[in-house]
Design a protein around this ligand. Structure first.
Ligand SMILES: Nc1nc2c(ncn2[C@@H]2O[C@H](COP(=O)(O)OP(=O)(O)OP(=O)(O)O)[C@@H](O)[C@H]2O)c(=O)[nH]1
Ligand SMILES: [Mg+2]
Length: 377
């Protein structure tokens, strides 16, 4: 209830400023205010610290989480000689308010765990991910205890699980993947408990195959344990690795539709010809772009699918992506994505209906794209 009141208050203020701007016949700034408001919804930030000893796969994890390949532009440098020496921020390519911080391991800095936390400015992180590739180091366990002391959450990621499984496959006569995973998991937990970390949360991950093993469970846990205003935010930036992620994203987007519809209705109520149309189209266009980005249907993501599946981009677009008829092909007075003349989008109800049905079909497309992308792995 509180959220809603706060929200209406905000809308009231926006409406006031829009009116003011209009009285001065200043339609540009009215549009600007609307834009700014839409931007503000997304103005929460999330900072995730990734730490662990040298060479364990921190930078690779940072890249994978952001949906980019180690070889891509903007990737955190990885490999045998690229030791991370100071905290390095890596913003999410499509959600710049989400930053993964690639931290040097405690061992690399030579600080004891408590001084280390000061050195990396722990206050700015929402939570910590402690990565290890083999046995967890004494440093990692100490760090976990210090993080607990300052009241932050931490998760252990046991990386490079794909390597362990192929080793096991080679050496065990009766290879059982589930059993091997369980053994590694228990081994990690016991090791940590021995070093004084009570009931640690350990997730087995391969950064090259996020959809396998425990990464989906890590996502669920992070999401559950975040404060609620950040939860929706995290959901929207998670890599699209399973159907349930797409479903959750859809639900977050859906819960916001009414707000956008209210906002456009406000703008439409102001009797200046031209303005409501401009504002509506910018609201709807922005929201639709958010849907495409969030659901992995933007051009960049489709290119990735196309590269991975070795199918042409237009093939991918047309076979798995029927809703969106590509912005570029549309006339300028048509909204991209929908073949609907802008003038039809004036009321609360029509905005609401259009966004709801588009979101529905886009999430079906997103599932198709996901299936397509996972098939080949
Ligand atoms: N098979 C496999 N290899 C991985 C995985 N994660 C990382 N690697 C490899 O491990 C090596 C080190 O990875 P980095 O991401 O550079 O490790 P780092 O922890 O950032 O290393 P420093 O910055 O040097 O401390 C690279 O060659 C990666 O390709 C994984 O999940 N599976
Ligand atoms: Mg690194």
């Amino acid at each position: 209830a509180f959220m809603m009141e706060e929200y209406l208050m905000e809308l009231y203020i926006i409406k006031y400023y829009i009116k003011k701007a209009l009285e001065k016949n200043d339609t540009d700034s009215a549009a600007l205010i609307t834009q700014k408001y839409l931007g503000d919804i997304n103005n929460i930030s999330l900072n995730i610290a990734v730490t662990g000893e040298s060479g364990v796969g921190k930078s690779t994890f940072v890249n994978a989480f952001r949906g980019i390949d180690n070889r891509d532009e903007g990737a955190a440098p990885t490999g045998v000689v690229e030791t991370t020496m100071k905290p390095e921020p890596y913003p999410h390519p499509r959600h710049p308010n989400v930053t993964l911080w690639d931290l040097p391991g405690v061992g690399t800095t030579k600080f004891p765990a408590d001084q280390y936390l000061k050195y990396v400015e722990f206050e700015k992180f929402d939570f910590f991910i402690i990565v290890s590739a083999d046995r967890l180091s004494e440093n990692d366990a100490k760090l976990a205890q210090e993080i607990k002391k300052i009241g932050r959450k931490f998760y252990f990621v046991r990386s490079k699980i794909d390597n362990n499984l192929s080793d096991a496959k080679r050496s065990q006569r009766e290879y059982d993947e589930e059993k091997t995973l369980q053994e590694i998991r228990e081994n990690c937990i016991q090791g940590l408990e021995k070093q004084g970390v009570a009931s640690p949360q350990v997730f087995l991950v391969s950064s090259f195959h996020l959809h396998l093993y425990d990464f989906p469970a890590l996502q669920d846990t992070m999401e559950r344990e975040l404060p609620s205003h950040k939860r929706d935010f995290l959901i929207l930036v998670l890599p699209n690795i399973c159907k349930s992620t797409i479903y959750k994203k859809k639900e977050v987007f859906r819960s916001r539709i009414k707000y956008y519809a209210i906002l456009s209705a406000f703008v439409a109520a102001v009797p200046i010809p031209g303005l409501s149309i401009a504002a509506d189209s910018s609201i709807v266009a922005k929201v639709l772009q958010d849907y495409l980005n969030g659901l992995g249907l933007d051009e960049k993501s489709l290119e990735k699918v196309s590269n991975a599946t070795k199918r042409s981009l237009s093939d991918v677009r047309h076979s798995v992506y029927p809703t969106v008829l590509v912005a570029a092909e549309e006339g300028s007075r048509m909204l991209p994505v929908l073949k609907i003349p802008i003038a039809a989008l004036l009321s609360f109800t029509s905005i609401y209906r259009v966004l709801t049905s588009t979101l529905e079909s886009l999430s079906v497309d997103a599932e198709n794209v996901l299936m397509e992308a996972l098939d080949i792995k």
